[in-house]
Design a protein around this ligand. Sequence first.
Ligand code: HPA
Length: 281
Amino acid sequence: MLLNTMTASLLQQSIAYVRTRITTRPALALVLGSGLGALADDFASAVSIPYTDIPGMERSSVQGHAGRLVAGTLEGIDVIAMQGRLHPYEGHALEAVVLGVRLMLSLGAATLLVTNAAGGLDPALPAGSLMLIEDHINLSGRNCLVGGNDDALGPRFPDMSRAYDQALSALCLEVAGELGINLTSGVYAGVLGPSYETPAEVRMLRQLGAHAVGMSTVQEVIAARHMGARVLGLSCITNPAAGLSAEPLRHDDVERRAKASAAQLSQLVRGVVARVGSLPA
Ligand code: HPA
């Protein structure tokens, strides 16, 4: 059997189930990464569904990832969020990793906002800073679209030349400027993990033109672009990447740093959400 041939029926089952719990049609979907889930706690009229209740969705095994789908309103807009994500390094099939994104977009969201915690490769991106993802390099050696293509979702060979939407990115930079938030644009390198990089790998990533490195996001963005959604990406830089500081890397520190930046990230996301309706289609 080809990979990805289960997707269509599982996706239909997950949509059917979630529609019994959520009656709104979200305009915007969010993926909230390590330590960044708090934003969904601020949704008004929130309905929260544990992943374990949703057919086909698996449970996130990572500390700091709540594992819930949360629908509600933010700045008066109907939104839906994954509070915690699944990562390929957990051993999940890529179909499961991207099912949540496909589900949220199938419920009506035309825009996806992805957030993550990432290591900084550039001295201009110290721990605690935020990076607007202008493009990514998928270094995981994998692609969620390998296997049979579901033509109902999107084309066999989706274009990735403008994976991160320019108008949305410009809006985000404008909002950051107005809020006095320092936001630097850069390239996100997506690796498989779960071991952190070696210093030699970090030097390679810098030479490849990446500014931040993390273990998530790229598959979600590929799935979203396959479906034609507009994507905005934000990385919360939680640490200098391996070899750029004397400190060894620890997930606890990553999560703590992400939580420390969550309020600023929330402010930025709220500002973007409030104005996303004003963008030309
Ligand atoms: N490398 C990979 N993933 C990460 C890092 C890192 O340094 N920090 C947070 N996620």
